[in-house]
Design a protein around this ligand. Sequence first.
Ligand code: MG
Length: 256
Amino acid sequence: MIILKSKEEIAIMRKAGRVAAGALHVAASLIRPGVSTRDIDEAVEAYILQEGARPAFKGYRGFPASVCTSLNDEVVHGIPSPRRRLRSGDIISVDVGVILEGFVGDTAWTFPVGKVTPEAEKLLRTTYQALHAGIAKARPGGRLTDIGAAVQEVLEAEGLGVVREYTGHGIGRQMHEDPMVPNFGPPGMGPVLEVGMVLAIEPMATTGGWATKVGKDGWTVSTRDGSLAAHFEHTVAILEDGPEILTWPEVGMAWT
Ligand code: MG
């Protein structure tokens, strides 16, 4: 069942979204060679608490940290560690969720560390563009799969793989609500999009195939073929005049 949000509830989600976005800015300020993924987790958690919010991921089905940090061939759900230090040429996805006044904001960004290959740069830029192509379809009267179809079109036009096994989702008082928001498929199917729906739209793309595997830690999702992966996510409200990105402002990058 898709839970529609009132204007008042969306106003709270806007506040939660701003804290989640602020957390990515904190992460962005730390990204450099030598920093550990645990350093990023600690700084982000401190920021979330200072803003009067709570980390949504910590303890979620037993997840041990406040952010997911996923490097290179890792797609999502990587666990921060003091032993995992960034190196120039890495790409790192930071995914963060916060709970503020009972509502969740969820957002992710993939950062280059130092100088990355042109292939990695293209992956990041294109996945970001795919996210915004999907968001542009989050309009009342459209259909749910219009979003994923737009994402898939942008990614496949650049020869990138579209991850199938993980999707975006409805979001509100729960981090994961109906509907699932796949990043692929034909347009024009699924529920009609309505004012008051709030969706986490989150393309995951690879420089190779779409298949993934889960690591020994039970969490970390990697590409099966070892290709690079990127992940960008916004929490988006559907309003009368179109989408509003609640996890705003974005971290500015060369391609934004
Ligand atoms: Mg999400």
